[in-house]
Design a protein around this ligand. Sequence first.
Ligand code: BGC
Length: 421
Amino acid sequence: MNKEFKLKEGLKLGVATASCQIEGGENNSNWNDWYAKGMIKDGSNPARANQHYELFRQDIDLMAKLNIQCYRMSIEWARLEPQRGKYDESVFEHYREEIDYLQSKGIEVLLTLHHFSNPMWFENLGGFLNPDSPVIFEGFVRKVVAELGEKVDRYVTVNEPNVYATSAYYFGEFPPGKKSVKDTVKVMTNLVACHIRAYKAIHEMRKGNTLVGYASHIRVFEPENPKSLLDRIGCRLMRQMFQGGIDFTSMTGKRVFPLKRRKEFKKGKYYDFIGINYYSRSMVHRFDERAKQDAAHNDMGWELYPKGIRQVVEEYYSKFNAPVYITENGTADSKDAFRAQFIYDHLKELNESNVPVERYYHWTFIDNFEWMDGEKERFGLVELDYDTQERKPRQSALMYSEVIVKHGFDKDIIDKYLDKK
Ligand code: BGC
């Protein structure tokens, strides 16, 4: 079988990160607090992470060396607004420098406004459970766009509202560690309102070519036993509860189950691209889900299921009809044993579909603070030694870099990185 292929024109390849996972620093965020409460499995501290706040030039130099074309980064709300309404102008200056430096290397920026971390003052007001949270968040967004809007023309408003809401309010794994369906739905509802408000505010402030979307974590859900009615019902329900409802309402403003009513929900179109974070598939047994058992898995036990990326991209494109950005796709692989193949398989699936996929941001550039899993899980193209802060590109990074230059996989790349035996 001929394994070579050329990527489509119009697709740019890049990497994604999140500020709280790489920057380091004691920022009085809910994740600094979660660490202090002993909630990180391996005891590691987000204040260490990658020291990217200081070392950003070094990291960007490395991105440029790896030929990265586009970069999805986030900004840290807790640093920018350490007390309610009191902004730290030096932090805006820092991000301006960072964005300038990226652009000086020809790297396009996609800016995420919220990626799982909150300032403690906001968390203490109830975070996104607070019915006023969309208004508070809009205030922050307006300030950011006033400060950085000249330099940025692509935004992700909220990262994975579904993962945030379920991890923090249903599974109890993210701060504040609640376990309540009612609260989960409230938080989902408020996050959709945040997105809609941010979408409108950015367009109101930045006329012209600014593009705005959000990044949804979209999984493939399948009944474990397709013959079982309960598994089929469970599967539909879970898909709707986790992603179907929140995505439909975020994109169209039309409220559907399980979301609650809010005044922001008015019929409209609230996306300029469809942002998809794709990782894996869930098999549903009644009202529980788990990874498929007889399959290949990553270090965290997530099934490796490349076909799923095409499935979700095609499903969402047919529903919402806009260019697709793969805002995240990657895997935990500490030995770098299957990451190169993972990238090949997922890009191949995307390539075989007719959907216009314009961006692919690999998750992630460098090993980082993996939320409650701490420093153990390794998603990076670049390996990090946390003690020395030394960065070392893995083989998969070298492959990715060559794929970017050649805009595809030729025989040379395949022989070198994929068919090594
Ligand atoms: C999140 C990232 C996270 C990754 C791997 C995504 O859900 O957006 O922040 O590191 O998954 O777990």
